[in-house]
Design a protein around this ligand. Structure first.
Ligand code: NAD
Length: 383
């Protein structure tokens, strides 16, 4: 058995999901060669990071990420901090020879992402980006069905990611909890935060996105900045819609907003092929829906596949057939796949390089919206 000593930076939402992921491995993936050890956690507030370390079982803590990276008892750095810190931390971690697990989006901009990819390639360190939705069993099953050719020629791919938490103009921008509304911290709005997930899944399932035509809107133009207390112009996209061509000739349609009253995290996708279609909804994440035109016509229709059997992706590790798993399991699966990739000395997809392709689409989307023009993405998929 080999130990992978984790140094995790950021103790918010993702800090918790990842810590839970590492803690579950021993029990549910006992046959992996590598075991994670929660060696150190880092956040700037000493009282809070100490409490987090105790709650989740970290052996030690730091209040400066540079100190964490400088330690020689850390093998892998896990970046769970806001987007404006990803590049600096990842580049420093690569130079220190650490493996890196970085939260999405890879970076705020394509240029930043390119520097990150250069750094990990120069250092030759193992890396992955937490596009975790790929690792929900129903989504992984969709990939297997599409790759089997069952859908035939693909005509359409559409995805939504809808929320409603920023409708009030009283929500501030910047600071803890609302850094996503500050363009300096986030890089973009729903494009990098939500559509990046949809784009990653879409290219994984349906191949590269060739060109895009997009529109964005910022509904609330000014918000109080948490740091300055002053009303400042809002620089993020509150909503984004784009359509696109995939390399395989199919058409894509994507929509994301934080202004869809009633929707908290409605991530859905649907793919329509010549012989069959698939659709999935995060709110009902254990189900994959399928329409198969080769079914006998008198019983032909959409069917709901409950993805909980032991021969379906990841499910042999959990309970008995018929019993569901949840959102948090996607992170457990990503940890397991990262550990397995070390065992097999293979890349753990999506790597930084693959996540850079998603950045190319995000950048083209924003550029297209700003300039009211179709934009080529320059995506090179698979990469
Ligand atoms: N994979 C997913 O589904 C998913 C979901 C949510 C967020 N994310 C991504 O995860 C990252 C973090 O998001 P979150 O929702 O956990 O944010 P959050 O605001 O809940 O937590 C961020 C944490 O980072 C810490 N932090 C900020 N700057 C720091 C610094 N310089 N040094 C040390 N710690 C610092 C904060 O104190 C906080 O603990 C973002 O890049 C976000 O896009 C991914």
């Amino acid at each position: 058995m080999k130990t992978l000593r984790i140094g995790l930076i950021g103790t918010g939402f993702m800090g918790r999901t990842h810590s839970n992921g590492y803690n579950r491995i021993q029990n549910f993936f006992p046959n992996l060669e590598y075991k994670p050890k929660l060696q150190a956690v880092c956040s700037r507030n000493e009282e809070k990071v100490k409490a987090f370390a105790e709650q989740w079982g970290y052996a030690s803590y730091e209040t400066d990420w540079k100190a964490l990276i400088a330690r020689d008892d850390i093998d892998a750095v896990d970046i769970c901090t806001p987007n404006d810190t990803h590049a600096e931390i990842a580049i420093a971690a690569a130079k220190a020879g650490k493996m890196i697990l970085c939260e999405k989006p890879l970076s705020r901009t394509l240029a930043e992402g390119e520097e990150m990819v250069k750094a990990i390639e120069a250092a030759g360190v193992k890396n992955t980006v937490w596009y975790n939705y790929r690792r929900l069993p129903a989504v992984t099953l969709a990939k297997q069905i599409i790759d089997s050719g069952k859908l035939g020629r693909i005509f359409h791919y559409r995805a939504n990611f809808l929320q409603d938490w920023t409708i009030s103009p009283d929500v501030p921008q910047g600071g803890a909890g609302t850094w996503r509304l500050d363009v300096e911290a986030a890089g973009s709005g729903v494009t990098g935060d939500l559509l990046a997930h949809c784009i990653d899944t879409a290219m994984w399932l349906n191949g590269g996105i060739k060109d895009v035509s997009a529109m964005t809107e910022t509904f609330v133009k000014e918000r109080t900045h948490a740091a300055t207390g002053a009303k400042q112009k809002v620089g993020i996209d509150d909503a984004c819609l784009f359509h696109c061509h995939f390399d395989n000739g199919s058409l894509g349609l994507f929509e994301s907003t934080r202004y869809a009253r009633g929707h908290k995290a409605l991530y859905t996708f649907e793919i329509n092929g010549e012989h069959a279609s698939l659709r999935w909804d995060l709110h009902d994440l254990n189900y994959l829906e399928m329409f198969d035109h080769s079914d006998d016509s008198i019983v032909r229709g959409w069917k709901s596949i409950l993805v909980t059997d032991g021969d379906q992706p990841y499910m042999d590790k959990w309970w008995v057939p018929g019993l569901s798993i949840g959102y948090e399991h996607s992170f457990v699966h990503q940890v397991a796949d990262f550990l397995l990739s070390l065992e097999k000395n293979q890349p753990c997809s999506p790597t930084f390089k693959e996540a850079l392709e998603t950045q190319k689409v995000c950048e083209a989307v924003i550029d297209s919206a700003n300039n009211k023009q179709w934009k080529n993405t320059g995506v090179n998929w698979p990469c």
